[in-house]
Write a protein that binds this ligand. Structure first.
Ligand code: NAP
Length: 292
């Protein structure tokens, strides 16, 4: 293994675990660190990588690090630990979804030690993470992007450099607005179909084959039809992402109706204890519209 590409993975959650496994398959995974250490130990058992006790131990064994943690403050916390421990000229690739401003702050903290940074938020859900088919929207310089290719190719299928640091996260914000609208439309449409006593499996088949066909209809339609909302993409996480979008839009003096409405709906789901379900749980609210 090229020692510069010996990769450490931080954050073995719903996305990070299968992504780390794909790095292992590409013979790039050297070490893993997870806040809850038991997960790193389990991955080490499966792959033979080092289960690092802390970020210092991970950094000693890696020339590159991929992270996929929850939110802005988590990324900055990890970044401070990496800035203090990684060798100069190392490469950090952040696949978490955070604001463009956080990406720029992360890059600034690392650049003091001459460590390269790419923001690389992903889309494609846990299925995309498992199959190595994620769409990856990257921000950073061309040199870092080229250097990261073996790592990115192990994780994703469509990998695009969108511009300088932060441009990846701005593109992901675009994605999250579209996902909100699609989830709203499909769950509302299927609740209407149910109220009309239509067979949902046939609706998903025929409507999904026409102009309303979408990833969400194909992948989430069948479980929605069974009244199940397995992960997927947690309501809490999409709500966090839409909060980022709201801030970015507000900075430009805009309020986005789909985003505002979806956050109201997510608040209701959260209050009812459904925050850890997939966003297709919006169907719960749409169904209620027909129960008078
Ligand atoms: P998740 O299952 O909740 O996993 C989060 C991971 O981050 C866990 O391993 C957690 O450690 C770790 N973590 C959180 N805060 C940390 C901190 N301060 N320091 C160290 N580790 C920390 O979330 P996920 O679904 O994998 O999502 C991860 C990121 O990808 C999020 O930004 C999300 O918005 C984005 N994303 C998710 C999806 C999706 O479909 N799920 C799709 C695209 C993008 P513990 O094990 O100790 O909790």
């Amino acid at each position: 293994m090229d020692s510069n590409l010996k990769t450490g993975f931080i954050g073995l959650g719903a996305m990070g675990w299968p992504m780390a496994l794909n790095l292992h398959k590409a013979k790039l995974l050297a070490a893993a660190y997870n806040r809850t250490h038991a997960k790193a130990v389990a991955l080490a058992k499966e792959t033979g990588c080092l289960a690092a006790k802390d970020i210092l131990e991970l950094a000693k064994h890696c020339g590159a690090v991929v992270l996929c943690v929850t939110a802005d403050q988590d990324v900055l916390q990890v970044m401070d630990a990496l800035a203090a421990t990684l060798k100069p000229e190392s490469l950090v690739i952040d696949c978490s979804t955070v604001s463009a401003a956080t990406a720029r702050e992360a890059a600034a903290r690392l650049s003091k030690r001459k460590i390269d940074f790419l923001d690389c938020p992903v889309s494609g859900g846990t299925e995309g993470a498992k199959h190595g088919t994620l769409a990856m929207m990257c921000g950073g310089n061309e040199k870092a992007f080229q250097r990261a290719q073996p790592i990115l190719n192990a994780l994703g299928k469509r990998i695009v450099l969108m511009g300088s640091v932060g441009a990846g996260q701005a593109t992901k914000a675009v994605n999250q607005i579209a996902v909100a609208g699609i989830a709203q439309a499909i769950t509302e449409a299927l609740a209407f179909a149910e109220a009309e006593d239509l067979p949902l499996d046939k609706v998903i088949d025929v409507v999904g084959s026409g102009a309303a066909g979408s990833w969400f209809m194909t992948h989430r339609g069948p479980t929605i039809a069974q009244g199940r909302y397995p992960l997927g993409f947690k309501v809490t996480l999409h709500d966090k992402d839409l909060g980022i979008v709201q801030q970015m839009a507000a900075a430009r003096g805009a309020q986005l109706p789909v985003v505002e409405m979806t956050r109201v709906h997510y608040r209701r789901l959260l209050q009812a204890g459904h925050g850890d379900e997939d966003i297709s749980a919006l169907f719960r609210l749409k169904r209620q519209l027909f129960k008078h």
